[in-house]
Design a protein around this ligand. Structure first.
Ligand SMILES: Cc1cc2nc3c(=O)[nH]c(=O)nc-3n(C[C@H](O)[C@H](O)[C@H](O)COP(=O)(O)O)c2cc1C
Length: 323
């Protein structure tokens, strides 16, 4: 299926079930939900055609090779869409030679994912009960995950519209507590939900081996910053000491290219993969990653970037207006 077909089919399906709003809405006024999609309009691309070559989107993380820097976001729930949603997403991600990330999930769902053999990152919630976090981190390590971490932007729970979810079971963590958590595993430890240079510096201090620059897809606070705004200053703090992943609002290969140009090493896509899953199961997930990767590759070729390492902000123009 083509991009439009996947999206139209998925939206019609969710609308018929009355659940479309739940998948697209952000917190309170939904400003950040809308802005996450629109901020990409601030940037355009230059052409650098002469001597350009067809680009490669290959990359390496944690010693593993991937055909694309477009990875699955850490997802959860989705059992109303498929009986084994994690397994289906994992199969689609594996068939696209991409990386799978898993959020809230039962031990059985995590096992479903790891059994497919897809390289997997397990993100556990910042539970009040640290023993539960440790147990989930260890289960992921024993099951063969390639990295683990926590979505620390969920310290105070998430919020959709005016409804806060999971506020009680979560709790903020100090630098020392996060360092202890990073040390319970031999795997690379990732902090998801970094949106300031201060937290990026602290990620280095705890020995994190990756960060996700994210506003959690608009599910934390209204008017939170867009990842593209903070990526350049965070890149200056991290200076290649660990991979920088980005997510929140990425819908097309052009969006991904802008984040890569501003300092990200890879992008995680959430709702786009949910749409692929709704439209066409695991094949729809693979189709979505393949389409977005082809879009990225074409833009890289036209902007004269032969590989991901050649992408920088020199290919961008900044607009002072939205379209
Ligand atoms: C259905 C759904 C479930 C999610 N569950 C989790 C989760 O359990 N843990 C987590 O860190 N993020 C979770 N997220 C947030 C994503 O990891 C990611 O930050 C966000 O979806 C990116 O924005 P996008 O959906 O616009 O691509 C979830 C997102 C969606 C859409």
């Amino acid at each position: 299926m083509e991009y439009g077909e996947l999206i139209n089919k998925a939206e019609a399906n969710l609308r018929a079930k009355g659940t479309l709003e739940r998948y697209v809405r952000g917190v309170e006024t939904n400003f950040v939900g809308r802005f996450n999609l629109r901020y990409f309009e601030r940037y355009g691309f230059k052409f650098r055609m002469i001597d350009s070559q067809e680009a490669s989107t290959e990359t390496t993380f944690f010693g593993r090779k991937f055909k694309t820097p477009i990875l699955s976001a850490a997802l959860s729930g989705l059992t109303e869409i498929a009986e084994k949603p994690f397994r289906e997403i994992a199969l689609g991600v594996k068939n696209s030679d991409s990386m799978m990330w898993v959020g809230i999930a039962s031990a059985e769902h995590v096992k479903d994912v790891l059994e497919t053999g897809v390289p997997t990152v397990r993100i556990v919630k910042p539970f009040q009960d640290v023993d539960t976090m440790i147990q989930e981190l260890k289960e992921a390590e024993d099951g063969g995950a390639i990295a683990v971490g926590t979505d620390m932007d969920f310290f105070y729970g998430g919020k959709r519209g005016d409804v806060t979810f999971a506020p009680k079971a979560m709790a903020p963590k100090s630098l020392t507590e996060l360092r202890e958590l990073a040390n319970v595993t031999k795997l690379p430890f990732i902090l998801k939900g970094v949106l300031s240079t201060q937290d990026a510096e602290k990620a280095l201090e705890i020995g994190a081996r990756g960060i996700v620059v994210s506003n959690h897809g608009g599910a934390i606070i209204d008017h939170s910053a867009h990842p593209l705004v903070v990526l350049p200053e965070i890149m200056v703090v991290i200076v290649n000491q660990m991979p920088i992943f980005a997510d929140s609002g990425f819908r097309r290969g052009s969006d991904v290219m802008k984040a890569l140009a501003l300092g990200a090493d890879a992008v995680l896509v959430g709702r786009s993969l949910v749409m692929g899953l709704v439209a066409n199961g695991s094949q729809g997930v693979a189709e979505m990653i393949t389409i977005l990767t082809a879009e990225l590759k074409r833009i890289m070729s036209v902007t004269g970037c032969k590989n991901l390492g050649e992408i920088d902000d020199g290919i961008l123009v900044k607009r002072n207006f939205f379209i």
